[in-house]
Design a protein around this ligand. Structure first.
Ligand SMILES: NC(=O)c1ccc[n+]([C@@H]2O[C@H](COP(=O)([O-])OP(=O)(O)OC[C@H]3O[C@@H](n4cnc5c(N)ncnc54)[C@H](O)[C@@H]3O)[C@@H](O)[C@H]2O)c1
Length: 258
């Protein structure tokens, strides 16, 4: 019997897929699962590098560059990916974070423009990309799947990262509404919410946080990617408006000694 991979025949756009952490792992995992992939990133060289890696492994992949903070460039990523891949079945929104963009400070110290920046790169662009891709999915008449990369800060307190947490909470809200409004069109949206995931952005704090994690270690980008691939796949066709939490138990750990 032929082995069918989870994303065989799927055309996937990963926005923020050029990065070294979660984005790149999602790109690799989607391609390994059989998808054709468009990789969009602010850093054109990193997007090209991700695509070269896939092509060297015999995969079909295309690189696109642009800034998600520009509506026109964001639309260009979606239209460009659909042109190159002959349509689109899945959108994964990876760009996000706080400390990579603005300083982590207490809420009352946060500058208005920093709040706007965090909001822009975590929620505003996702909302625009979702609206644009919904139109595309409806025009295609194929249905489709959207996977947002969220964070436990969207539902846990996030001292010094209030803007980040508020934006990630918005992502999950968006997924619930997309689920309710578009499930009948075969369109789903879900979120993968990571806890402490081992990437460049938090390398410095890893020793400090590990004792707080019941699993006793950070998660990996590959673990986040595996959840994203599952949610993008038809195996998850009845799952929409949900959030899968990958945090090694952090968010369910009570204050009581075990
Ligand atoms: N690292 C963690 O511990 C952790 C935990 C939970 C959730 N997350 C989430 O995972 C996602 C990925 O985080 P990561 O640290 O692994 O990043 P990453 O290494 O996957 O890189 C993100 C990519 O986004 C690109 N990018 C940045 N600004 C952009 C812009 N304006 N336009 C287009 N592209 C842009 C960068 O060039 C980079 O290639 C984020 O949404 C983050 O909130 C991370």
């Amino acid at each position: 019997m032929a082995v069918v991979s989870r994303l065989d025949g799927k055309r996937v756009l990963v926005i923020g897929g050029g990065g070294g952490g979660i984005g790149r792992a999602i790109v690799r995992s989607c391609a390994d699962a059989g998808a054709t992939v468009a990789v969009a990133d602010l850093d054109a060289a990193r997007a090209a590098e991700a695509v070269d890696e896939l092509r060297a492994a015999g995969r079909v992949a295309h690189a696109l560059s642009g800034d998600v903070r520009s509506g026109g460039q964001l639309d260009g990523m979606i239209v460009g990916a659909a042109e190159r891949l002959g349509g689109l079945d899945t959108l994964v929104t990876v760009v996000g974070g706080q400390v990579a963009f603005v300083p982590a400070v207490r809420l009352h110290e946060m500058a208005d423009e920093d709040w706007e920046t965090v909001y822009d790169v975590n929620l505003r662009y996702v909302a625009r990309a979702v609206r644009r891709v919904l139109r595309l999915f409806l025009e295609q008449g194929t249905g489709g799947s959207i996977v947002g990369i969220g964070s436990v800060t969207g539902f846990m307190a996030a001292p010094t990262q209030a803007a980040y947490g508020a934006a990630k909470a918005g992502l999950y809200s968006l997924a619930r509404t997309v689920a309710a409004e578009y499930a009948a069109d075969g369109i789903r949206m879900n979120v993968v919410a990571g806890g402490a995931i081992s990437t460049a952005v938090n390398a410095a704090s890893s020793d400090e946080w590990v004792p707080e994690i019941p699993a006793g270690r950070y998660g990996t980008s590959e673990e986040v990617a595996a959840a994203a691939v599952y949610l993008a796949s038809d195996e998850a066709r009845y799952i929409t408006g949900q959030q899968i939490v990958l945090d090694g138990g952090v968010s369910v750990r009570g204050p009581f000694p075990g």
